[in-house]
Design a protein around this ligand. Sequence first.
Ligand SMILES: C[S@@+](CC[C@H](N)C(=O)[O-])C[C@H]1O[C@@H](n2cnc3c(N)ncnc32)[C@H](O)[C@@H]1O
Length: 226
Amino acid sequence: MGTDSKDAERFLRQRRSLVRWLKEQGYLNSDAVANAVLKVPREEFVPSAFRDHSYAETPLPIPGANATISCVHTYCLYYEALDLSPGDRFLEIGLGSGYGAALARELVGEEGKVVSVELDEETYQFGKERLERTGYHDVFTVLDDGSAGHVDLAPYDKIAVTAACPGEPAEILPQLTSPGRMIYPAGGDAYQYLMLTELDANGEKSSRCLTTVIYVPLRGRHGKRP
Ligand SMILES: C[S@@+](CC[C@H](N)C(=O)[O-])C[C@H]1O[C@@H](n2cnc3c(N)ncnc32)[C@H](O)[C@@H]1O
């Protein structure tokens, strides 16, 4: 058995143990999300210098200005609240490492669609290359300012903004279907409120705060930074 397969087994053991811990802590309740976390090799979305820390519950730096791969429990929070399901058309703002897009692709299946937008060119190249390397060829990656969403491939059943917004991302909301769900962190720099906005079948909107989180700022025209 070569070093690579030993490595893969070691990381699979770490994934299994992390999934057990996430369930015990109450972060992970859905079998679909658990299966996605077990399947996606997070170590392939982490820079080689941090590979051994891939399954530590801490954000890790990735190439680009101020970019990170988030802790695994935050993806569970996001995707369970969105109820990301087979067939969904999903928009992610902040491709980052590509890990979130890979998990999403597992959840929406072949009948769904994953579109992920990244503003930082260096981060974009990293995330896109990691998705290619791991076989997620059908994720639509876009290098652009996503602070107004991505109109060209809209509408979306579910939307996740993975950088801190100044408030409700009003420019992105029209790209959501009715019914549809959008999740985003909103608030100051020290911490933000993780908000879930839902449109019902009649387009009636309701929003609620799920918890507090800490994300890097959304940049761009409608972000917190230029
Ligand atoms: C916390 S990281 C996202 C983590 C990512 N979802 C993953 O799975 O690795 C936030 C990302 O949002 C990106 N970002 C910030 N402002 C943006 C904007 N206006 N449009 C698109 N991406 C943006 C940052 O460059 C950074 O890569």
